[in-house]
Design a binder for this molecule. Structure first.
Ligand SMILES: Cc1cc2nc3c(=O)[nH]c(=O)nc-3n(C[C@H](O)[C@H](O)[C@H](O)COP(=O)(O)OP(=O)(O)OC[C@H]3O[C@@H](n4cnc5c(N)ncnc54)[C@H](O)[C@@H]3O)c2cc1C
Length: 160
């Protein structure tokens, strides 16, 4: 709950700036303070992966919702921020990892993530570059794994 219509946010990383954006869209007057340069810390150096299959189950609905906000970035911030839906693989190399991966696959599928289970030759067929030691893979379909390939409008250019 907002106690006034003036909010100060400390930190102009992605969390501070997006919080400021959403508050401003609700009519709040927001000031963002940073001790350095906006988007130069973690938000400016990360791998740019917006994966859903590495999230704990309770976080999956929020992650799927957040992906839709990223997809609408052009409307929100005037830039697509390099958003790309590319799909992704999460892999297992031994029996223990296969069991864990399968458990995650079933839970996340039930939570609405569009996944595909791959084992043995099917893994190699999808990703010939993977080592033969990879026993199984959980493939998340392109609509549910994304990457930020560039951030042209942001000050940092280090996001791969
Ligand atoms: C190498 C690396 C790779 C990553 N890869 C991924 C990835 O692929 N996918 C993913 O989802 N996440 C990834 N992350 C995590 C993600 O980058 C962070 O969770 C996210 O950027 C955090 O945003 P933030 O706004 O909280 O922090 P930051 O971006 O660090 O922003 C905090 C800001 O607060 C300012 N600040 C701090 N203290 C003060 C103060 N006392 N007064 C004023 N200003 C202050 C700092 O200067 C900074 O600008 C990665 C992180 C790193 C480091």
């Amino acid at each position: 709950m907002l106690l006034s219509n003036r909010t100060t946010i400390i930190g102009a990383g992605s969390l501070g700036l997006f919080t400021a954006l959403w508050l401003a869209r609700r009519g709040e007057r927001v000031t963002v303070l940073d001790k350095g340069t906006p988007m130069r810390e973690a938000s400016g150096v990360n791998a740019g992966s917006l994966g859903v299959q590495n999230k704990l189950l309770p976080l999956v609905p929020m992650t799927l919702g957040a992906l839709e906000h990223w997809a609408a970035a052009r409307e929100l911030v005037g830039d697509d921020v390099g958003f790309d839906r590319i799909g992704g693989l999460r892999i297992a190399t031994d029996e223990r990892e296969v069991t864990l991966l399968r458990k995650g696959f079933e839970g996340q599928s039930a939570a609405g993530v569009k996944l595909e289970w791959l084992e043995g030759a099917a893994v190699r067929e999808r990703a010939p570059f993977l080592s033969p030691e990879i026993r199984a893979a959980k493939a998340v379909l392109a609509s549910h794994h994304t990457a930020l390939s560039s951030s042209p409008s942001w000050p940092s250019s280090s996001s791969p």
